[in-house]
Design a protein around this ligand. Structure first.
Ligand code: 5GP
Length: 205
C-alpha cells in the first residue's frame, strides 16, 4: 500500500503589490503545479504575451465562452471580464496534476463551490505604507492609478474572512516558505487518505 495520490488545488488571492505573482511563480516551480491561465477582456500590458499570463480575448469571444459553458467561473474585475477555463482544470484533474489559480475573491468563492478541496490563501501586504511604496516603486502607474489600486486593495482585503489561510508578505523569503508549507500540508489531510486507509484495513480483515 502506498500513500494516497494528492493533487493540489490552490487559489492565491491578493491585491496588486502584495507580491502574489512572485509567490505564484515559486509555487509553480517548487510544487510542479499547473497555472490556470485565465481568459480576460483587458488589453495586454507591456510585454505580456497572449497565452502566458492570460488569453486575451474580445468581449464577444468572452461572452461566447460563457454561453458555451467553457468557464469554471468568471467575474468582472475593475470593469474587465476574467474567467477560468474549465478544460485546463478537467485535464489536470484527469492527469492527477495540481492546479494554481491566480484569481480574485469572487473567483475563489465560485471555484470552491465546485471544487470543495480548493485551498484559498490570502496574500496580505504588511502595511498600507509598504503597499503604496511597492506600487510607486514600479514606476509604471500615475498617482491616480496608484490611489485607485490602494482603494481596490482595501476592498479585496475586506473579504478576508472567506479565506482558509493568510500570509503577510513582509519578507519575501519567509512568505515563499510559508505558502509552500501551507500547500504541502494540505496533502496530508485525512479526508484525502480515507480510501487508502480503508483499503489497507480491508487487507487485514
Ligand atoms: P490584472 O488585470 O491586474 O492581471 O488582474 C486583476 C485581478 O483579476 C487580479 O486580482 C487577478 O487575480 C484577477 N483575476 C485574474 N484572472 C481571473 C479569473 O480567471 N477569474 C477571476 N475571478 N479573477 C481573475
Amino acid at each position: 500500500m502506498t500513500a494516497p495520490a494528492h493533487h493540489d488545488l490552490v487559489a492565491l488571492v491578493g491585491p496588486s503589490g502584495s507580491g502574489k505573482s512572485t509567490l505564484c511563480s515559486h509555487l509553480l516551480s517548487a510544487l510542479s503545479l499547473k497555472l490556470s491561465v485565465s481568459y480576460t477582456t483587458r488589453a495586454p500590458r507591456g510585454s505580456e504575451q497572449d497565452g502566458v499570463a492570460y488569453h486575451f480575448v474580445s468581449r464577444a469571444s468572452f461572452e461566447d465562452l460563457v454561453a458555451h459553458d467553457a468557464l469554471l467561473e468568471w467575474a468582472e474585475v475593475h470593469g474587465e471580464l476574467y474567467g477560468t477555463p474549465r478544460a485546463l482544470v478537467d485535464k489536470a484533474q484527469a492527469l492527477g496534476q495540481g492546479v494554481l489559480f491566480d484569481i480574485d475573491h469572487q473567483g475563489a468563492r465560485q471555484i470552491r463551490a465546485k471544487l470543495p478541496s480548493l485551498t484559498t490563501i490570502l496574500v496580505m501586504p504588511p502595511t498600507w505604507a509598504e503597499l503604496e511604496q511597492r506600487l510607486r516603486g514600479r514606476k509604471t502607474d500615475s498617482p491616480e492609478v496608484i490611489a485607485k489600486r490602494m482603494q481596490n486593495a482595501a476592498k479585496e482585503l475586506s473579504y478576508y474572512a472567506m479565506f482558509d489561510y493568510v500570509v503577510f508578505n513582509d519578507k519575501l523569503a519567509d512568505a515563499t516558505r510559508d505558502v509552500e508549507a501551507i500547500v504541502r500540508s494540505q496533502r496530508f489531510r485525512m479526508r484525502f487518505a480515507a480510501d487508502a486507509i480503508e483499503s489497507m484495513l480491508r487487507e487485514r480483515r
